[in-house]
Design a protein around this ligand. Structure first.
Ligand SMILES: [Zn+2]
Length: 333
């Protein structure tokens, strides 16, 4: 191990790359600089040796930790999305595939020499995690973005999952090789999700063991209905107060719907208790594109604490309009 050499640069990868990235970068470069492609070329031989050395150190967790420490490299989130992006950028340059020109026998021989020590037959996929997500019926219909907090296991950053450091059990993970960490994720919930449905977010579950894949995260969807409304199948009912002048003159008022406030027109001479239908503003039927209706019942509400001026105006109204709303009531004596 030579701490003066930048092994990451040699392999053309970022310092956050995982073993998969390291192996991929190594394979591509080993093909490119294989001595058999250019026999006798000292530069190729030198380069090939250097690539092998970088790979030998970086692919081995404990060697890599030692090397990183010597170089002062601190890897905080080895599996962050950013790290993955950087890593893929690093080797995204198209390279000539020279594998066909390489004598196959020698090529495989060299590979097995390096890879034998690093094969992990006991690789296990990490466990899946399920977390409950509560969203409104409107969000379930339109889709939404939610922050979810999860607790998951990750490879211990101190011992890199090796459980031991210098023949001593790692004190960070108590020799388990894993630590529990809280993580906040922004998750996208697609439109038209059903109650109790599960949304899978690949790779965000518990960390895989011995290079195994990460588990997946499942979001268990629960929809919450507002208690402001009453529900009748897909139809939604509510009562909305209006002022006497709104009732008399009509106009546009704002009423709550399952998606927030929406405008509703009421005609002049609206009666208290009159019902209005807002077509298609009810609950969505997730199996079809249909939505129920919203039925709004208006109730006239007299403003409290009438002022002297208001009292005078009501008296004036009573004077100019002799109106007895009870005169048509007929009942048996
Ligand atoms: Zn540890």
């Amino acid at each position: 191990m030579n701490k003066d050499k930048d092994y990451y640069k040699i392999l053309g990868i970022s310092q956050d790359s995982d073993n998969k990235d390291i192996k991929k970068a190594y394979r591509q470069l080993a093909r490119k600089f294989h001595p058999d492609i250019n026999p006798g070329n000292k530069l190729f031989e030198e380069k090939f040796k250097e690539i092998g050395e970088a790979y030998f150190v970086l692919v081995d967790d404990s060697k890599r930790l030692k090397y990183d420490t010597l170089r002062g490299i601190i890897r905080i989130q080895p599996d962050s999305e950013q790290a993955k992006t950087q890593a893929s950028k690093a080797y995204s340059e198209p390279q000539k595939d020279t594998s066909k020109e390489t004598p196959k026998k020698d090529f495989e021989g060299i590979f097995s020499k390096f890879s034998k020590n690093f094969t992990r037959p006991d690789a296990q996929k990490g466990d899946d995690i399920t977390t409950d997500v509560h969203i409104s019926v409107a969000e379930a219909y339109n889709g939404t973005v939610r922050k979810v907090n999860i607790l998951r296991t990750e490879k211990c950053y101190k011992c890199r999952g090796n459980r031991v450091i210098n023949h001593m059990a790692c004190d960070k993970c108590n020799g388990t090789g894993e630590i529990s960490t809280h993580k906040q994720l922004n998750v996208k919930i697609p439109p038209k999700v059903k109650e109790n449905s599960k949304i899978r977010i690949a790779g965000e579950g518990n960390k895989g063991v011995n290079g195994g894949e990460n588990g997946d995260l499942y979001l268990l969807i629960h929809t919450i209905k507002s208690s402001y409304f009453t529900y009748d199948g897909l139809h939604v009912h509510c009562e909305v107060p209006i002022t006497p002048s709104e009732a008399a003159l009509g106009g546009e008022i704002q009423v709550p719907s399952i998606e927030g406030f929406i405008n509703m027109k009421i005609p002049a001479e609206t009666r208290s208790g009159q019902k209005f239908k807002l077509a298609g503003e009810g609950l969505p039927d997730t199996s079809s594109n249909k939505r129920g209706d919203q039925i709004v019942t208006v109730k006239i509400e007299i403003p409290p604490n009438l002022t002297e001026e208001e009292r005078k105006l009501y008296l004036e109204l009573a004077r100019v309009r002799k109106f007895n709303p009870r005169e048509h009531i007929i009942f048996d004596k």
